[in-house]
Write a protein that binds this ligand. Structure first.
Ligand SMILES: [Zn+2]
Length: 518
């Protein structure tokens, strides 16, 4: 059975439509309350005695792409209760329909709130304009702020971590309910006292997952002495990797010495040189054939037809413009290049010496021709050699030492082999750190104490000592199912929200937007 659409179904319940008007592209709907009486805000007694009327304009949801304002004829009632001091009051509407003095209906306010939470002030305002919602940037933020954060149920298992308002400048604290997988609170700083104060108000908390910084550990120990502290697995893994990087940094002097004394794999270099030389021979062959045809008096066009080379190339050859590393100005050297290359590869790299040896052959070129060739040759080679003798940064070495042989280039393999041979303590440190990662992953709690013992005599001793001082929390990290991993995820979300607010977000707004509607 079909029903006709009634005008009153377009406005919030409790209102009757008296008429509509169009004004400047927006729709005005004139409404009045359908209730006979209204409760007095002071004493709660219902009153039917109307004192007067007044008009209120209230923003509402758009209809058919047009923004809508309700023009409400609101009544003033007189409270007749004997002991009530109220006298006259404006009529009240049901909760969620229209709040006293509100300029928007409850349903518009709800939408505005969600827009503000999802997009923040300015982006939400421009989106709201498109949706024909009559709200400004300020209004959006005001609504988000006024509605605050929904009260979360008291948490039992929490993760706590810091986050950067501004990197290396100012930090806040985020607290997540690990069971419900939700952020529940932002604190304005990461001072132990601030955290302690909040934790003290939550005596039901039984597990606290935190980083190994110490501040949160101390705050938790003071506020919740009976709670189990869990060192965060993600931070533990990260700290272990950091300890290895520090070990590499402290070994840089030995690393430089080992890499500097490294002998270059001659095969690696001569292969590159050979390729270069073969390319040269090929080019020379082309040049010679072109020149030979030209000598017989052929035009460029004919040469192009005969050889199949491009016109540009033939022209460059005829002008003598085609040069490369092995190209020599004096043609006197050309016939001796293979011999020179052989000598060079055999280790004779002194121009004057090469020239003296060349003179034993019927060579009429000057000393300068040979020394210039040697210089060019040396320059070409240095590019490769420097690539090998260059010592990468500590961070790069730490990475190369831990990513597995198959992923290294030839030059990297040579460098890392030199480091491993020259600085065996680093190899030990690497073994320890990967052993630690493995222990956490495999949840091998029994390995913890032996690992600390071995670690104490290594380059990662200070990390091992730190683990030893925090051993209960580290053990809990291995055996407990709770970890701060999800807190990390919430921090990522927080960063995104913060960025959307152009760094101007206040803590309450950030918190409202992060924790969001319930
Ligand atoms: Zn009253």
């Amino acid at each position: 059975m079909q029903k006709a659409l009634r005008a009153s179904s377009l406005v919030p319940p409790g209102f009757a439509v008296m008429g509509t008007e169009n004004e400047d592209g927006k729709t005005l709907i004139v409404v009045r309350s359908t209730a006979r009486a209204s409760p007095c805000p002071s004493c709660g007694a219902g009153s039917r005695q109307i004192h007067s009327h007044y008009q209120r304009q209230i923003g509402d949801l758009p209809i058919a792409g047009r923004s809508v304002h309700l023009v409400a004829f609101v009544r003033r009632f007189r409270c007749r209760a004997v002991r009530c001091a109220q006298g006259i009051f404006a009529e009240r509407f049901a909760a969620g329909i229209l709040a006293p003095w509100a300029r928007r209906t409850g349903r518009l306010e709800e939408l505005v709130h969600h827009l503000g939470l999802a997009l923040g002030g300015r982006p939400a305002a421009s989106f709201a304009r498109r949706l024909m919602l009559p709200v400004s940037n300020d209004t959006l933020l005001r609504v988000v702020r006024r509605r605050g954060t929904p009260a979360a149920p008291p948490p039992n298992i929490i993760g706590i971590d810091d986050w950067a308002w501004r990197r290396n400048h100012r930090y806040g604290t985020i607290i997540c309910d690990l069971e419900r997988r939700r952020p529940i609170r932002l604190l304005p700083d990461r001072e132990p006292a601030t955290t302690e104060a909040w934790l003290t108000g939550q005596p039901q908390i039984s597990v606290v997952a935190r980083d190994r910084g110490g501040a949160y550990a101390r705050a938790t120990a003071k506020a919740l002495p009976h709670a189990t502290q869990v060192a965060d697995r993600w931070h533990l893994m990260e700290n272990a990797s950091q300890a290895f990087l520090d070990a590499v940094r402290r070994s840089m002097r030995q690393i430089r010495r080992s890499v500097g004394a490294m002998t270059i794999n001659p095969k690696l270099l001569t292969a590159a040189e050979r390729l270069q030389y073969e390319g040269y021979l090929h080019r020379e062959e082309t040049n010679a054939s072109v020149m030979a045809i030209a000598k017989r008096g052929a035009s460029i066009k004919e040469i192009v037809r005969q050889t199949g080379h491009s016109r540009g190339l033939v022209r460059r050859i005829l002008r003598g413009e085609r040069s490369d590393v092995f190209r020599v100005r004096e043609s006197s050297l050309e016939n001796y290049l293979p011999w020179l290359d052989e000598q060079w590869t055999a280790g004779c790299r002194n121009g004057a010496e090469l020239w003296r040896r060349l003179k034993g052959q019927p060579f009429r070129g000057s000393l300068r021709v040979v020394t210039e060739w040697a210089t060019r040759r040396r320059r070409a080679e240095r590019v490769d050699t420097e690539g090998l003798h260059h010592v990468p940064s500590a961070r790069t070495i730490a990475r190369l030492m831990t990513i597995g042989r198959d992923n290294l280039t030839k030059a990297e393999t040579v460098t890392i082999a030199a480091v491993e041979t020259g600085v065996p303590t680093l190899v030990e440190a690497r073994t320890l750190v990967s052993g630690f990662h493995d222990m956490i992953r495999r949840k091998a709690e029994a390995d913890l104490v032996p690992w600390i013992e071995r670690g104490r005599d290594s380059l990662v001793a200070s990390f091992a000592n730190g683990v030893s001082r925090d051993i209960d929390a580290v053990r809990a990290a291995i055996v407990s199912p709770w970890s701060n991993g999800q807190t990390e995820g919430q921090i990522t979300k927080l960063k995104l929200v913060k960025r959307q607010m152009y760094g101007r977000g206040k803590l309450d707004l950030l918190q409202a937007r992060l924790i969001g509607p319930s």
